[in-house]
Design a binder for this molecule. Sequence first.
Ligand code: G3P
Ligand code: CA
Length: 245
Amino acid sequence: MTGAFQVVAHRGNSSVAPQNTLAAFEAAWRAGADSIELDVQLTADGEVVVIHDDTLDATTDGSGRVDGLPLADVRAVDAGSWFAPAYAGQRVPTFAEVVDLLVTRPGIDLLLEVKGDWGPDDVRKVTEPVLRAGLADRVIGQSFWPSTVASLQKVAPDLRRGLLVERSSDDLLATCAELGVMTCNPAGTVLLEQPGLVAALHDAGLEVMVWTLNEPEQWALALEVGVDAVITDRPDRLRGWLSGN
Ligand code: G3P
Ligand code: CA
């Protein structure tokens, strides 16, 4: 068995609080997670908000595309009631609110997923607040879009960045090298298909953060193959499981 991995709370502690809300991030911190993972999207007026889907429909009482609505309209919807009445009043956070939260919670880092193809000007909307707040060593930017990772590399080369991977491919190591990423972050299914992948990525000098693993048998596999971080909806349970290993 290799050493334990970091615990990353997927969309916050999303098993106990509504995903991608300040309540879920607070719960992740209370659960002892090492990092919060969250997703950012742009509103119609170019503001950065924290939400997973392209639309408001699944996780708020509103509807419509996030990039089709101004910030004021996105902020007006309720992002908590769908999960449980106790969370009524939770808003879709702005990225600025998350930066403020991190400043007041020094014990937890951020895995920031940029959803979509963002050019340098849009990427600066997340990197500049991070750098201004002195959080450079606590944030990793990641995306499924290689073009967005390239924008991160261009505008904030010193900020750690990662490539998200949904399917295995023969040119993965070459793509990672080209983008100069520090982490390669595959789906758990990719690890099952390619058991030697973690060792190959480590040999290339990359860290590996795997998603989204919620069950003990998946955590055991992650421990066995030596991943660096597990992204989970259940950071509290994973923290407890790790303490027994
Ligand atoms: O951080 C990795 C994971 O969040 C990617 O999938 O769809 O949950 O954003 P998704
Ligand atoms: Ca995500």
